[in-house]
Design a protein around this ligand. Structure first.
Ligand SMILES: Nc1nc2c(ncn2[C@@H]2O[C@H](COP(=O)(O)OP(=O)(O)OP(=O)(O)O)[C@@H](O)[C@H]2O)c(=O)[nH]1
Ligand SMILES: [Mg+2]
Length: 307
């Protein structure tokens, strides 16, 4: 009799896995690699992620709900405080915690601070992930493991590369095995808990982060004003880009509209892939002075923690 004819041992493992770490360690890139699909936005700019995002990884005997969180950092404004709050809140409810450390950046006080919260959290399973192995040398990796293990107690350690798909499946497998027995929290055909409008806003913001320099990326907020699926294969989208100063508006629009055009083309390509249809994308830019210090505006844009 083949194995496939034997009913499985009926145990199904499921749970919430919080991915935490400093900004830019590769949390969102890992989420996309686990899903094999681009859902979370990523960029070299710190504090790319501003909303908690749940991504669902299913197998026959497990369901992992990966929680992408904003990078924990020293906040400079109300927005920064909200981002930290969002990330820290996830630590308390998670069944498992993955603490990510960039293999190429020395372990510093920022990691120490995050590790303190990881260590305090009640989750029964904690895994240390050393990321970006593809661009690190062996000595760096060994040093990171040693330094990180001084900061908190971990059940497992894994070195991986999301970009080269090294040990990504091993990560899913290892965590699945340590999740409690439990129900399937989300239906099989659901891979992300964000609304289409939120994904639109984030994808547009990602392109702004990738094309803008210095302080401008941090001053940018995006809101999707309209998303209409006009036919099965065509959607019309309109989004507003918020900046804090008139000069930033000029940078976002660019010379004769060149920057906003570039951002629009790049975002449209990704959105067409995501929604599987052709898209008309209309972008507007609006100046909203100091919106990052304004709790109402932060909430309206969807960057507030859920408390
Ligand atoms: N070489 C290499 N680069 C990576 C890897 N993972 C992430 N990166 C790069 O690191 C940068 C930051 O990645 P993100 O996934 O946005 O980092 P994050 O931890 O989500 O950052 P925040 O959302 O700001 O907290 C991007 O430029 C990624 O392309 C990896 O495995 N290898
Ligand atoms: Mg991120």
């Amino acid at each position: 009799m083949s194995n496939s004819a034997i009913p499985s041992s009926t145990s199904f493992h499921s749970g919430f896995v919080a991915l935490v770490g400093r900004p830019s360690v590769g949390k969102s890139t890992l989420v996309n690699a686990c899903l094999n699909e681009k859902i979370a936005i990523t960029s070299p700019v710190a504090q790319t992620t501003r909303r908690r995002l749940r991504a669902i990884v299913n197998s026959d005997d497990s369901q992992l709900v990966l929680i992408d969180t904003p990078g924990l950092h020293k906040p400079k404004d109300a927005l920064g405080k909200e981002l930290n709050k969002t990330a820290l809140a996830e630590l308390n409810d998670a069944d498992a915690i993955a603490f990510l450390i960039d293999a190429t950046k020395p372990v510093g006080r920022g990691d120490e601070w995050v590790a303190h919260y990881v260590d305090k959290a009640k989750a029964p399973y904690k895994i240390l992930l050393i990321t970006k192995a593809d661009i690190a040398v062996a000595e760096q990796i060994t040093a990171q493991i040693e330094a990180a293990q001084q900061l908190a107690r971990f059940n497992d350690v894994l070195v991986l590369s999301a970009v080269e798909d090294f040990n990504v499946k091993a990560f899913i497998q290892l965590v699945s095995e340590h999740l409690p027995e439990g129900p399937q929290w989300f239906p099989n055909d659901m891979d992300v808990d964000a609304s289409d409008e939120d994904l639109v806003a984030e994808f547009v913001r990602e392109k702004l982060l990738c094309n803008l320099r210095q302080e401008v990326p941090h001053s940018v907020g995006v809101v999707c004003d309209k998303l209409e699926f006009l036919t099965d294969d065509h959607a019309s989208i309109s989004a507003t880009i918020l900046v804090e100063r008139e000069s930033q508006k000029g940078i976002v629009v660019g010379n004769k509209g060149s920057m906003i055009k570039k951002v629009g083309i790049q975002a449209r390509k990704d959105l067409e892939k995501l929604f599987g249809c052709s898209i008309y994308l209309d972008l507007h830019v609006r100046v909203q002075p100091q919106w990052r210090r304004d709790a109402n505006e932060i909430r309206r844009l969807g960057y507030a923690s859920e408390d």
